[in-house]
Design a protein around this ligand. Structure first.
Ligand SMILES: C[S@@+](CC[C@H](N)C(=O)[O-])C[C@H]1O[C@@H](n2cnc3c(N)ncnc32)[C@H](O)[C@@H]1O
Length: 642
């Protein structure tokens, strides 16, 4: 498949299913790989990439492609350049985007392609895919089909039957982000049916709060859900939980199938929990099938206690034992069954395992409530290169944490868990470099005691150096390193390689003062010494580091920002070995800065124009002194060339 035929194109974006990964060009596959690593997940099924912005791509999770029009469940937008990930969940949205023309996302040899393409052709023939602004979301699309008097069954367009209710049941919206363990899991723990060393499988696990709570208590728990964890394996376990699943399924046959499958995985015991009619609130519901439709679009079958028992027993052919309101246990292991019956008679207290799991779920729910604040703390930690102190946090952030009963220490722990360790480490090293330069240059001032340093600096000193004297030692050794020619040459090489300056054929480094704070510490320190000794750098825009001679020249130009060949006004040459400063006025002799693009960022909007001009100037064979040339020489070189 050629690159032009690949995926579904929308504007300058391409969408492709991961099943077609074999067809992707290598650079796309590499970017997807990098995005997965950055997002820390492989749970997605469609990738969207831009043909114009290579750094951005989005990993999307849609419902299974066997759905006629799969809805978007989640998106992870990854910016590879800034190493940032933005997660957006659509799972709880009543009207998520839906996917049309699915065949375009698949490889040419994919067996599903023909079936999906046939559906698209039928819809196109009816003109149903024209109004692209309204059909892209679930409700808009359902309305369009309804208005056209059609329905889609098994990828075929049929005339709508008159008794067809225009209903889309959104089962997964019934799931809750729990702040404590669900009642069936609590009961399983209470009766000792889940013990240390057991495996637990949560069939229809929703957001997975029970699984997380059990895992936190050291139990090998896992789960599957057709919406929230469709790719997770369905594995057998000593204990299986089917919690509040049967009541959200509107088709009785499918209810029985889910029950049988869940029991099939249970080696010891299955817990089945449903909402009972006594707990039902029917105020905002309307009758549908053998239950009710809620305003959210979910289905609820409210069971009578006897109804649940007989449904389970007739479906599974095993006795269902009531264990609480709307809760039944069904046993595969007769010994466990007898233990349970005996335990039910005895008074039981909550087991330590249960309270540990319960506590973990509550903590997780509290942390989820302050997710934005935790992310803010992660950003602040990147900025500081260390965890922030309370006084460095925004007061309203502290208030929101307190309201959610989350301590700052816990929020910071979570924030550090979110941070990319390599990025945090880089931020930390940069802060140490900045502070070493600060303390090196501060040695020229009279010594300050620790207590007189500003609060933030005190914290930096403690976090990065341990003590003020260690910080000063770091500064002193940086200052001493300036006498070493190799150190300066290596720093100049590093700056040149990083595009922060340009080394001329003599080995001297030219750099714009705008990038001074990004230069390697020895050069920053050298510039700082020169500035202090000369009493300022005369608003210079360019510095020249004379490598091996302990000299720094500061050059100031007229119209530096706008001119292609800025005119040199003054030059100060600071000799740090001889401790001498010489100032020159060059205006009258008309010297120019040539090849200014060597000192510019490539993302500067003026860069292309300057680079093109510089290339033409270089083609004249003009003889230059570093980045300096006389105007007359420039003019004659250009004339000679033309
Ligand atoms: C009310 S939630 C309960 C989630 C979880 N067990 C709990 O107690 O928090 C119902 C869940 O059943 C899932 N579900 C819907 N149909 C299902 C089926 N046929 N088999 C298994 N789970 C299903 C939904 O996706 C939803 O997450």
């Amino acid at each position: 498949m050629s690159v032009a035929e690949l995926g579904k194109r929308v504007g300058r974006h391409v969408y492709a299913h991961r099943d077609a990964a074999g067809d992707w060009p290598a650079p796309v596959a590499e970017r997807v790989f990098a995005a997965e690593a950055l997002a820390g997940t492989q749970a997605w099924n469609v990738v969207k990439w831009s043909e114009v912005d290579e750094a951005r791509l989005t990993l999307l999770t849609y419902e299974d492609l066997e759905e006629a029009f799969p809805a978007l469940l989640e998106s992870l937008t990854v910016d590879l350049g800034r190493r940032a990930v933005l997660r957006r969940s659509y799972r709880l949205r009543a009207n998520p985007p839906v996917l049309h023309r699915k065949e375009l996302l698949l490889g040419r040899d994919d067996p599903r392609r023909a079936r999906f393409a046939r559906l698209t052709a039928q819809l196109e023939a009816l003109g149903l895919l024209n109004a692209t602004t309204t059909i892209g979301t679930r409700l808009g699309w359902a309305r369009r089909l309804r208005e056209a008097g059609v329905r889609v069954v098994d990828h075929d367009v049929l005339a709508a039957a008159h008794d067809d209710p225009p209903v889309v049941v959104r089962r997964h919206l019934a799931a809750l982000q729990r702040s404590s363990l669900s009642t069936p899991v609590q009961a399983l723990l209470k009766y000792g049916l889940i013990a240390a060393g057991d495996r637990v499988f949560d069939y229809g696990c929703g957001f997975g709060s029970d699984v997380e709570g059990l895992q936190a208590a050291g139990i090998a728990a896992s789960g599957w859900d057709p919406y929230y964890a469709p790719g997770a394996p369905r594995t057998s376990a000593e204990v299986v939980n089917l919690g509040f699943v049967l009541n959200v399924i509107e088709r009785p046959l499918e209810r029985a199938q889910a029950l049988r499958e869940a029991f099939g995985l249970a080696e010891r015991c299955l817990a089945v929990a449903v909402i009972t009619s006594s707990r039902a609130s029917l105020a905002s519901c309307r009758p549908y099938a053998d239950g009710h439709l809620t305003r959210l679009g979910t289905f609820q079958k409210f069971y009578l206690p006897e109804e649940l028992k007989s449904f389970i027993e007739t479906t599974l052919g095993a006795e269902a034992h009531p264990a609480g309101p709307g809760l039944m246990f069904v046993f595969r292991d007769p010994i466990a069954e007898q233990d349970f019956l005996a335990a039910r008679q005895a008074r039981r207290t909550f087991s330590p395992l249960a309270s540990l799991a319960q506590r973990r779920v509550r903590t997780a729910a509290r942390m989820e409530a302050v997710r934005a604040e935790v992310e803010g703390l992660a950003r602040l930690s990147y900025e500081l290169g260390r965890p922030p102190a309370p006084t460095e946090c925004a007061p309203d952030l502290l208030v929101r944490l307190a309201e959610a009963r989350v301590t700052l220490a816990a929020a910071i722990r979570d924030a550090l868990g979110l941070c990319d360790a390599a990025v945090l480490d880089r931020a930390r090293r940069q802060r140490i470099e900045d502070l070493s330069v600060y303390f090196a240059l501060n040695l020229f001032n009279s010594r300050q005691s620790f207590g007189t340093l500003p609060d933030g600096l005190q914290r930096d000193v403690k976090a990065f150096f341990g003590s003020l004297s260690s910080a000063e030692t770091a500064g002193r050794s940086l200052l001493q390193s300036l006498a070493c020619e190799e150190t300066i040459a290596a720093a100049a090489d590093e700056a040149d390689a990083a595009g922060l300056g340009w080394r001329d054929p003599e080995g001297d480094l030219w750099a714009g003062t705008a990038k001074l704070s990004h230069l390697p510490p020895p050069l920053r320190c050298l510039a700082g010494c020169a500035e202090r000794f000369a009493g300022g750098l005369d608003a210079a825009q360019v510095l020249k580091f004379h490598v091996g001679r302990s000299k720094v020249s500061a050059l100031r130009y007229a119209d530096f920002g706008t001119a292609l060949l800025p005119r040199l006004e003054t030059r100060s040459k600071v000799d740090l070995r001889a401790l001498r400063v010489r100032r020159f006025d060059h205006y009258a002799e008309d010297q120019r800065l040539v090849f200014k693009s060597r000192l510019m960022d490539q993302d500067n909007p003026d860069y292309p124009r300057q680079a093109e001009f510089d290339a033409r100037l270089a083609a004249t064979g003009l003889v230059v002194d570093g980045l300096r040339a006389r105007w007359l020489d420039i003019v004659s070189a250009v004339r000679a060339r033309s």
